[in-house]
Design a protein around this ligand. Structure first.
Ligand code: UDP
Ligand code: MG
Length: 339
């Protein structure tokens, strides 16, 4: 039977929190009195998380398990969960209980008011280092400024999306994935509910500084060509400098004689001019690269929310490229285990 709700939870070495996570999700979902499934994606854990998930799946048929062949990263794990989800609404949540499962009820309430994306906004973050708080704050504000989709401030991946939004995400096969940006990009009616982000229950963050930086790079390069556009400003700046240098040197030479500044003057002006030209053509190349990138990403050109007056809806185009991950095994999807 098709579930109403699919909960998608990425798991990477979370054996200590899994039982409580499952219990709390189960309680919340039971209160909805609707069909649900909990899809846990094991992202290459090495601490027995997989066994814990499999035994949950064995005792409760709501639980389904996707086991990655190795660690592919948080965003890809979430992607796999969305791909396998069959619910009318898909809910993304971290397993470390920083996102309290009880908030799911609030997300669902908004969905029932016919919002297609309901994201959870962290009104307060408890138990995180000042460094993490500061970098997160700067990061979200920077992303907000330079990207061309409105990615809401202070939201993580904790969110609910309607099946229609999930279907668009399933067509977006780009390899560097920034899920929260992608759900914003899709459009539809979106809203947020506030919650207090809790400290991690156990275990430690899997986001090292290195992973955070590469996450930030994904976010920026997936939603903005800003880095490629910087060069045109550089070029302009150097060009203006060349003109100013030319004028200043001419005036000085007219006033103090032709020997002033020796042979360096022309070199400086030429250097500035040439650098300005080079920067400009680098910018042009950057624009072509940006277009190639845009094409290869293969995102849908547009997303239709509704149509009116057509006899038959146009055919949906399936994505042609393969999913960006390799699954070692799935459990619970049709009651069987696939090796
Ligand atoms: N996670 C994952 N693969 C990874 C890193 C993290 O599946 O490579 C999962 C992790 O188990 C957790 C969620 O993604 O459920 C968020 O990770 P974490 O709590 O470490 O990130 P933070 O909350 O510190 O940003
Ligand atoms: Mg966490």
């Amino acid at each position: 039977m098709k579930p109403v709700y699919s909960i998608v939870a990425p798991v990477y070495n979370e054996v200590k929190v899994l039982p409580e996570f499952y219990e709390r999700v189960r309680k919340v979902m039971q209160d909805t009195h609707a069909e649900w499934e909990l899809i846990m994606v094991n992202d290459g854990s090495r601490d027995g998380s997989l066994d814990a998930m499999l035994s949950l799946a064995a005792q409760d048929s709501h639980v389904k398990v996707i086991n990655f062949a190795r660690n592919f990263g948080h965003q890809v794990a979430v992607t796999a969960g969305i791909d396998y989800a069959t619910g009318d609404a898909v809910i993304l949540i971290d397993t470390d209980l920083q996102d309290p499962p009880e908030v799911i009820a609030d997300l669902i309430a908004k969905w029932k008011e016919s919002y297609e994306v309901v994201y959870a906004i962290r009104t307060k973050r408890e138990g995180e280092t000042p460094f993490k708080l500061f970098t997160a704050k700067v990061f979200y504000r920077f992303i907000y400024r330079i990207t061309d989709v409105d990615i809401p401030l202070d939201t993580g991946d904790f969110r609910l999306m309607d099946e229609r939004v999930a279907n668009v995400l399933r067509q977006m096969r780009e390899h560097n994935r920034f899920i929260r940006g992608m759900t914003s990009w899709v459009g539809f009616k979106q809203t947020g509910v506030g919650y207090i982000r809790k400290p991690r229950k156990a275990g430690e963050t899997k986001y090292s500084l290195k992973k955070m930086l590469s996450f930030a790079a994904d976010a920026i390069t997936s939603f903005s060509f800003f880095p490629l556009q910087i060069m045109v400003y550089m070029s302009g700046f150097l060009g203006v400098m060349a003109v100013i240098a030319g004028i200043v040197i001419s005036i000085l030479r007219l006033a103090f004689g032709a020997e002033f500044f020796g042979g360096q003057a022309t070199t400086i002006v030429l250097l500035l001019l040439l650098s300005s030209f080079q920067m400009f053509f680098l910018f042009i190349i950057g624009q072509y690269v940006a277009r190639i990138y845009d094409e290869t990403r293969g995102r849908p050109l547009y997303v239709v929310a509704s149509t009116s007056g057509f006899v038959q809806p146009p055919a949906q185009h399936e994505p042609t490229n393969k999913p960006p991950y390799t699954v070692a095994m799935t459990v619970g999807f049709d009651g069987q285990e696939h090796g």
